[in-house]
Each structure stands twice: as structure tokens, then as C-alpha cells.
Design a protein around this ligand. Structure first.
Ligand SMILES: [Mg+2]
Length: 292
């Protein structure tokens, strides 16, 4: 039987992951599985804890938090041989959804114990690894606004508020976009790069993405007026946004973005800043546990 280390972010999802710990303990004790629970103490601690767990020889390291926790755990595991797993423990759980992990914690524990492991593609940009999705442009500006905190609102309403606020203040940025055949100048609404299909808590920006085809799915969304954005935005949840003529969809192994100024990039719930972003992909570079 495999051994498991749970990296629990106690503040993720307003304490959601933490509240699931007793269910995890009960399920794993009943199964007689070897497991350990570790609670993180602050930013970046999950990366150190994941690296330590891999060193200690745990087969599977479970990110118990949201997508931000998944990204931190991933960055501690790359190259170790340990497999990455995730439960729905945060506000945004796009990776857990992408690997078909059940939302119910008891069902999720059963999936973890069945330990169906497959390798999927691993992305890299700005010295960090990602396993699901990255966005640059309008979407990153919204994510930045949400991450900095919005008084009076939380959850989905915070995103909606941030969407409208960003809509009023957003300054387009010039980009050189190189999908492998030389740079093309553009000032799109956003550029999204996906191994998985969704980000931001279920926004299916690259709905045809395949996790192990050795290629990123990329959406370059052309400039559109505010009313158009308001009207069409809800289509991102059904995956129909890609049918608009403004949505240019590509598949590529590599992507270079050069921005005319430093801007935010959102990577699985975390914000970074840069003006040069070189995306590379390692085919089937990460072992991942799938829900069953
Ligand atoms: Mg792919």
C-alpha cells in the first residue's frame, strides 16, 4: 500500500481543508494506510513541506487546500518521484476538478486510497512550475484585485465585483506573442495557457485542453469593448467563449510573451509579475493521482 503525506493549508477556503482533517484521519486509519498530516504555517511553507515529504519517502503528497496550495506543493515535488494529489479544500479547486477528484471528502479519500496514478504534462514559466493554468492580462488583473482583498465581498461575489472594477480601470498592454513562428504584435484582453481546461474556480478558458498530449492549449482573446466583455463573459463557464471570433485557440509546446511593461500573471491562484514570460512544457513530467 502507498504512503501519504497531507499538506494542509489551515486557512484555505476559510478553514475548509482543516475541517476535513478528521474525516481524512478516520478514513485512512480504517484502511490501515500509512499517512501523516502536516499543517502549513505560512506562505511558501507548503513547498518546503512537500519537498521534505518526498525526501522522507512518501509515495503520494496530497495538497489539502485550494489551487494556490497545489501550486506550492507541486513546486516542492518536481523531480522527486512522489506523486501529486489534491482534494477540494479551497475557494478555487480547478486542479482537483481537472483530475476528477470527488468533492465529497469521504469519496475523495476512497479515490486517494485506490491511488490511480498517471503522468501528465508539466509547465514552467518564470522559474516556477505549473500543472493546470496561467493567465496574463485582464484575468490576471482581476485575480490580483481579488487577492489583495475586497472589503464587503468574498467568494464569487468578490470576483464579480473585481471583474467590473477592473473593467472600468483596465489598461491594455502591448504584447509580442511568439507561438513558435516568430513574434506577433497584439494587445489582447488576455492570454491563457492551459494544461487543464479551467481556472478561477471553473472558468473553462481552454475547454479542449488535454493534460497529457504534450501541448499547451492557448487562448489569445482579442481586444473587445466593455459591453461585449460583460455580455460574453458568462460563456467562459460553459466553455463556449472559444466559439467567439475574438478567441484565437492554439496548441503549442512553447510560448514566449514579451510585454511593453511589467504586469501580473496568475498561476493557479498565485500572482507573479513580469514582462517576459517563456512557457515551456515537459511532456508527462509529473505523476498525478486521479479520482475514480
Ligand atoms: Mg495539453
Amino acid at each position: 500500500m502507498k504512503s501519504y503525506c497531507f499538506i494542509v493549508n489551515p486557512i484555505a477556503g476559510g478553514g475548509k481543508a482543516n475541517s476535513q482533517v478528521y474525516r481524512i484521519e478516520e478514513n485512512f486509519r480504517a484502511a490501515g494506510a500509512e499517512f501523516k498530516i502536516y499543517r502549513t504555517t505560512g506562505p511558501r511553507d507548503a513547498t518546503l513541506a512537500a519537498a521534505r515529504a518526498a525526501e522522507e519517502g512518501f509515495d503520494i503528497v496530497v495538497a489539502a487546500g485550494g489551487d494556490g496550495t497545489v501550486n506550492e506543493v507541486l513546486n516542492g515535488l518536481v523531480g522527486s518521484g512522489a506523486a501529486l494529489a489534491a482534494i477540494h479544500g479551497g475557494k478555487g479547486n480547478d486542479f482537483a476538478t481537472a483530475v476528477a477528484m470527488p468533492k465529497n471528502i469521504d469519496e475523495a479519500c476512497k479515490s486517494l486510497l485506490r491511488s490511480e496514478i498517471r503522468a501528465i504534462d508539466l509547465g514552467r514559466v518564470m522559474e516556477r512550475y505549473f500543472i493546470n493554468s496561467v493567465g496574463v492580462g485582464f484575468d490576471a488583473a482581476v485575480a490580483l484585485r481579488v487577492n489583495r482583498g475586497i472589503r464587503l465581498f468574498n467568494g464569487v461575489s468578490a470576483y464579480i465585483y473585481a471583474f467590473f472594477e477592473t473593467l472600468l480601470s483596465y489598461q491594455y498592454v502591448q504584447m509580442e506573442i511568439d507561438l513558435g513562428s516568430g513574434p506577433v504584435k497584439s494587445d489582447p484582453v488576455l492570454v491563457a495557457v492551459g494544461i487543464g481546461q479551467a481556472y478561477g474556480g471553473g472558468m473553462r478558458i481552454v475547454p479542449d485542453a488535454i493534460q497529457d498530449d504534450g501541448l499547451f492549449d492557448v487562448c489569445v482573446f482579442d481586444r473587445m469593448n466593455r459591453l461585449g466583455l460583460i455580455y460574453h463573459f458568462p460563456k467562459v463557464f460553459s466553455g463556449k467563449l472559444k466559439n467567439l471570433e475574438q478567441a484565437n485557440m492554439y496548441r503549442t509546446k512553447e510560448l514566449k510573451l514579451k510585454l511593453s511593461e511589467v504586469r501580473p500573471l496568475h498561476m493557479e491562484g498565485e500572482i507573479y509579475f513580469g514582462d517576459e514570460m517563456h512557457f515551456t512544457l515537459e511532456p508527462k513530467g509529473m505523476k498525478v493521482l486521479f479520482g475514480t
